[in-house]
Design a protein around this ligand. Structure first.
Ligand SMILES: Cc1cc2nc3c(=O)[nH]c(=O)nc-3n(C[C@H](O)[C@H](O)[C@H](O)COP(=O)(O)OP(=O)(O)OC[C@H]3O[C@@H](n4cnc5c(N)ncnc54)[C@H](O)[C@@H]3O)c2cc1C
Ligand code: SF4
Ligand code: SF4
Length: 383
């Protein structure tokens, strides 16, 4: 018998650098502002614009200007390797995390379990946006020596200023201080610099859907040591974030609601705002649309499809976290937390409406992916 063996196809060398990233992602409108490129840049030539209307990376070296990079010309490719919107990011991250391609019905990503969970401890539960699962999980991961710290979002400055700011949470107090949701953007990844300076080398990342795809994409494309400290990845379900200008331009100017006087906000079909004086206000989401952050306009990922555990607030019970357990590591942690009583869990099947809504919103987000970009995310949308 004659066996003819075809030589395996030679893997193409990865040469794409900031120049390609700028053209294909930043300038084309696909950039979410996740800051993945910024934190992996080994030459520190990428910076980040946190201001209203910005939320984007930019190149700071003068030599070749804002659209090209001298280190890239010499062979550096780190930024494109870490970008979760560059080329075939989605199947690559699926492959890396789950070792298989996604099926057409897996529009909310691949997962193992769907649960409704809440922190057992009243204090943690109350501080959390929904069931307080994220805060409970971070406290648990610290206490059980999985991580040294978490990259989260704090409120900047004095209490009452709603500017979300990336930060490092080490202690239980810091984790609780970071709990709750802010609906403006916080590139939590940027706190990795502070974590490194403080010698914190085992990290959990809490981030919006767009941020939770950075790590598997970067690992798949072998970025190198900058992503090694990340050991646990918690995603927040997300259909959009708002530009910070919404506070002054809509809430204050039209409704007289000053951000200094707000105590809590949530989005449940409407924008809900609770004020210090005890009053409660609802603002129609359609009215808020004009302040949608630019980076969200083309985002196809509602369900934080590449986290270890993804968390959301949809469902009929406000004070439970919809919990999507995706990876083996995620399942190990959630199972141990249920077994030792740190969280209470019930099957999400008890609220079929929540599951249906999650898939519906995932489909809706996929339709936002432009036809001009690589086909995969849009191909998962209903036609
Ligand atoms: C901007 C935004 C949009 C969201 N949209 C939806 C949605 O459409 N549907 C849905 O089901 N769920 C959505 N969520 C998720 C939901 O609000 C809760 O975060 C999630 O259910 C976890 O609740 P928890 O009580 O378990 O978390 P908590 O214990 O309250 O912990 C929340 C964690 O999120 C971090 N965080 C808060 N705000 C931000 C921010 N702006 N950027 C990055 N990190 C932040 C905090 O630092 C904290 O670590 C959104 C969250 C955010 C922040
Ligand atoms: S999507 Fe993220 S990694 Fe990609 S260019 Fe924008 S900020 Fe950088
Ligand atoms: S919709 Fe949410 S996940 Fe998507 S880019 Fe905006 S903040 Fe990121």
């Amino acid at each position: 018998m004659t066996v003819t063996e075809e030589a395996p196809a030679k893997k193409e060398r990865w040469t794409a650098q900031w120049k390609e990233l700028y053209d294909e992602v930043v300038d084309s409108g696909l950039c979410t502002g996740c800051a993945g490129c910024v934190i992996v840049c080994p030459h520190d030539v990428l910076s980040y614009n946190h201001e209203s209307g910005g939320y984007k990376p930019f190149h700071i070296e003068e030599e070749l200007g804002p659209t090209n990079c001298v280190h890239g010309e010499k062979g550096c490719t780190s930024c494109t390797r870490a970008c979760p919107r560059f080329r075939s990011w989605e199947p690559e991250a699926d492959e890396h995390l789950f070792a298989r391609a996604r099926q057409p019905d897996e529009v909310s990503g691949i997962y193992q379990d769907l649960l409704l969970t809440r922190a057992s401890e009243d204090m943690v539960h109350q501080m959390g946006q929904d069931g307080g699962l994220v805060a409970a999980m971070l406290i648990w991961l610290r206490e059980h020596d999985y991580i040294d710290a978490a990259l989260v979002s704090f409120l900047d400055g004095e209490a009452g200023d709603w500017k979300a700011k990336p930060g490092v949470a080490v202690t239980r107090e810091e984790i609780l201080a970071s709990a709750g949701s802010r609906y403006t953007y916080s590139a939590n990844t940027l706190a990795s610099k502070e974590a490194a300076e403080r010698g914190l080398s085992r990290l959990a990342l809490v981030g919006m859907s767009c941020q939770s795809s950075i790590l598997p994409v970067a690992w798949h494309r072998k970025v190198g040591k900058s992503t090694k400290p990340f050991l646990f990845n918690i995603g927040l379900l997300c259909s959009k974030t708002f530009d910070d200008a919404i506070f002054e331009e809509l809430f204050e100017t039209k409704y007289g609601l000053r951000k200094q006087d707000m105590v809590k906000m949530n989005i449940k079909g409407v924008f809900q705002i609770w004020m210090k004086d005890g009053s409660y206000h609802e603002i129609n989401l359609k009215e808020c649309h004009a302040w949608t952050r630019e980076g969200c306009v083309h985002c196809p990922d509602f369900a934080a499809e590449h986290a270890d555990v993804s968390t959301g607030g949809i469902g009929k019970d406000n004070d439970w976290t919809l919990t999507i357990v995706r990876t083996d590591l995620g399942r190990e942690v959630i199972t141990r937390m249920i077994d030792d009583g740190s969280i209470i869990a019930r099957p999400a099947d008890e609220d079929p409406g929540a599951i249906k809504l999650m898939h519906k919103l995932s489909e809706k987000s996929r339709e936002r992916w432009p036809d001009t970009a690589i086909a995969f995310p849009k191909a998962m949308a209903p036609h």
